[in-house]
Design a protein around this ligand. Structure first.
Ligand code: SF4
Ligand code: SF4
Length: 113
């Protein structure tokens, strides 16, 4: 059965290697604007959020981005939660905000909205 991609945001450095290798795999050249994942930066301080695009085909079950992300951010598994693809900036911002809130709560026990 097919898996889904998931991103462990706390590990993402925003290096954009996933964009490069995706475009190389599918287009035969480093052209990140054609990648099927886009790393957007949201919030202050900026948090990199990889956003999966609608045309990702999981590299036919052997995701290139998973292999080349040096930080172990991306996983491919049937157990991953359902993906939200092609988010706009506001949706990516909400994900980053929720993530930051979780980090703050875990480290300080408090979060002020
Ligand atoms: S997901 Fe991995 S390869 Fe992509 S920007 Fe984040 S750290 Fe870099
Ligand atoms: S799984 Fe393949 S197509 Fe999808 S973002 Fe990763 S490298 Fe691109």
């Amino acid at each position: 059965m097919a898996g889904r991609l998931a991103y462990d945001l706390i590990k993402c450095t925003g290096c954009r290697v996933c964009e490069l290798v995706c475009s190389m795999h599918h287009e035969g050249k480093f052209e990140p604007e054609k990648a099927r994942v886009k790393v957007v930066r949201v919030g202050m301080p900026e948090i990199p959020v990889p956003v999966l695009q609608k045309n990702c085909d999981y590299c036919k079950g052997d995701p290139t981005c998973v292999k080349y992300c040096a930080y172990g951010v991306i996983s491919y598994s049937e157990d991953n939660p359902k993906e939200q693809r092609g988010m706009d900036d506001a949706q990516a911002c909400k994900i980053a905000e929720d993530w930051l809130k979780g980090v703050m709560e875990s480290r300080t026990g408090v979060w002020k909205d």
